[in-house]
Design a protein around this ligand. Sequence first.
Ligand code: PLP
Length: 412
Amino acid sequence: MLTLDFHPTGRHFLQIPGPSPVPDRILRAMSLPTIDHRGPEFGALGLRVLKGIKQVFQTQHPVVIYPASGTGAWEAALANTMSPGDHVLMYETGHFASLWKKMATRLGLEAEFLAYRGGDDRMPEAASWRRGVQADLIEERLRADRQHSIKAVCVVHNETSTGATSDILAVRRAIDAAKHPALLMVDSISGLACADYRHDEWGVDVTISGSQKGLMLPPGISFNAVSPKALEASRSAKLPKAFWAWDEIVEMNQGGYWPYTPNTNLLYGLAEACDMLLAAEHGGLAGAFARHGRWGEGVRAAVRAWGLDIQCADPAVYSPVLTGVMMPDGVDADAVRKIVYERFDCSLGTGLGKVKGRMFRIGHLGDCNDLTLMAALAGCEMGLKLAGVKLAGSGVQAAMEFFASQPAPKAA
Ligand SMILES: *Cc1c(COP(=O)(O)O)cnc(C)c1O
C-alpha cells in the first residue's frame, strides 16, 4: 500500500491552482470497476458525460474528450485547425500563454505575441503578466492584417500563473469589429467551472480545458469544445493529425464510444463532477461562479490586510480561481512556501517563469469552503511571519470578517 509519509494525520491542504483537491464523492465514483469500453454500459456512460460536459462549457456543439493533460488538448486545437506556416496571434498574459506560444512554434506555426504596452511600477519587466488581454490591441492588429494572413487568435481565459481572468467576449467583439475571419481559440483549462464561461454565446471556436482544475478531477483528461466553423476548418487544415483528429472521435461519440480505449474511471469521476456542478439545489453553474468569486474576494481581503501586493494589478480581471501574492523586495516566495509546506502541511503554488521567486499562488478553485480557505490563509500568515516578512496586519482576521459578514450566496 502506498503511504504518504509526509502527512501522518489529517488532510493535506492542496492549495495550488491545480491539481485541486478531489472531493470524496468523486474519488468514490472513480473506484467503481473498469468496464468493457465497447459494451452497452459504457455507451450509456459516454453519452452521459458528453451531455454533462457540454452543459459545463455552455455549448450545443461537440466537446471532444482526450485521455491527456491540458497540454495535449492545446496541441489538438492547433493540429486540427491549422496548416504548416500559418500565422497565429497570441497574447502574453503569463507563463501558460508563453508555453502555448512555444508549442505553436514547435508545431511549425508562425506565432506572434501581443503584450500590454503600459508600464508597471512593481514589475516593469513583466507588466503584461499583471493584467488581462487588451482586446483593443487585438482589434488594431487584426485591422492591419488586410490580407487575412492571421488564421487564429489564441488567448488564455484564466492565466493560472498570475491570477488574471480575461474578458473573452471583448476579444470576440474585437475580432468582429475588425471584420476578421480568424478563429478564436481560448485556453480555459483553469477557468472552466469556476469563472463564468460561455463557449457558444461568446462565439469561441475552440475552447481547451482540463480535468484537474475547476472540474475537481485528478489530472488525465482534457477537452476541446468545437464550433461548427472550427470543425469546418479541420476538414482542410494540413498539420499532421491522427490521435488528436476530431472527425473519428466526434463520429464515434454519437453512440457514446471512442475510437480507442478512453479513460473509463476518470469518466466516472467526470459524470459525478458534472452532477455536482450542475446541481440545481446549489445554484448550478451560476452558483459555482458566485462561490468562487466570493472566495477570491475573501482571499484578496487577507492579502490587502497583510499589506502585500496582489499579482493581478487590474481589479476588473481579478481571478475567482487563484490569487497571486507578491513578496516584498528581497523575500524569496519559495522560501515562504517551503516553510508553509514543512510546518503546516499546506501546498501553495510556486511563481512560474518571469515571476519565479517573486510571488506565490493561493488556489481557490474546485472543492473549497470558507474554512479550507481560512486554514490556507492561516498557514500563509504563519509562514510569512516565520520567514521574517513584516505584515501590516492580520489577513486571517480580515478574511474571517469578510466570510462572516458576507454569507455564501443562496441558491436561486
Ligand atoms: C494547468 C494549465 C495548463 C497546462 O495543463 P496540463 O494539464 O498541465 O498539461 C495550461 N494552461 C493553463 C491556463 C493551465 O492552468
